[in-house]
Design a binder for this molecule. Sequence first.
Ligand code: ADP
Length: 376
Amino acid sequence: MALFRRAVSLDEAISVIHAALAANPSAPLPVDLQELSASLRRREPLRAVPQPPQDILDAFPEPVGVLESGCRFIASNAALDELLAGRTVDRTVLQATRCAELDEAVARALSGVCERREVTLPGLSKTVQAIATPLPESRALLMIRDLTAQKRAETVRRDFIANASHELRTPVAAITGAAETLLAMSLDDGERAFTEMIARHAARLARLTSDLLDLSKLESGQWPLEMGAYDGITVCESALALVKERAAAKAIHLGADVPPELQIRADARALEQILVNLLDNAIKYTPQGGRVTLLGDGAGDHVIVSVIDTGPGIEPRHQQRIFERFYRVDGGRARSDGGSGLGLAIVKHLTQAQGGEVGVESGRGGSRFWVRLPAA
Ligand code: ADP
């Protein structure tokens, strides 16, 4: 019978071997012992998994932690413990943060996928950006940036702009009304010139405050979009009708080429504002006697509407920046033309809110501003 099958315990097996070797030190080892020794030689040595270096984690200014499978923290720095209001080591992400989305992000990083998310930590009322990165040995590194103060500052800024624009509307309307009343009276040339200047600047101020109000509504989600299916031709014609007089005043030829079957999925008010802003710019920057064309085009499940002008064009270095607030290629001229510097920023926000994209192609012969929106 084999040695280990006879032996009831390891001690007993060792005594049996001792007894056998005492009787005959050169006796061959029992077969099962030879197998055991061969197995031991084949066995890979146990590698100790290195502990994450605490001094490196502590040197990070941002909160960081290392996690292992089961989304459990095995190391953290003081900044993370402070952010999560307690010691994180040995706790799971769910226990430490009560945030299922963060737990999911870490689980994905543990399975080898890098994750970056903005999440709210419920118990702590904090908004953070979490970056979870896979590490060797089935671990993950979690880095957190506390965005709470930044978000609060953004809300304060947005509220301030919204309140200030709202408060400015009434006095600006009163100035406009008073200037218009004066202009209807008999004035001498000097008085008329000054009153016209007041009316012009009041109109500019009114546009600026209303654009600022629109932008802050868009940013804070207070511009609810009602998406519906709209006939491309009808939408384009009503936008052209709104700018017809401005084009005529500069003898600009307005044209449209929109296929009859074009159906756009959009919010009617937002779409009209996008087209009017783009057409207004095209008319404003195109010299007397030029041409502005509205083009509609179906592209699979998308529709592209372009406003093409024969204006001065925009240099490549300005083309991406003109969608930023108050960015003007020629500050002085654009301002004196009555622009708020916010028109394209509003176009960009409105297009993105409807699941679309906006862009520009421009050269010496003019510009083409395009908006891609879902087809209905
Ligand atoms: P603004 O009120 O100054 O027109 P926008 O945000 O609408 O503000 O446009 C930003 C800038 O982009 C403008 O100041 C102008 O320099 C440039 N721009 C916009 N549209 C055109 C265009 N069709 N042709 C040339 N330049 C343009």
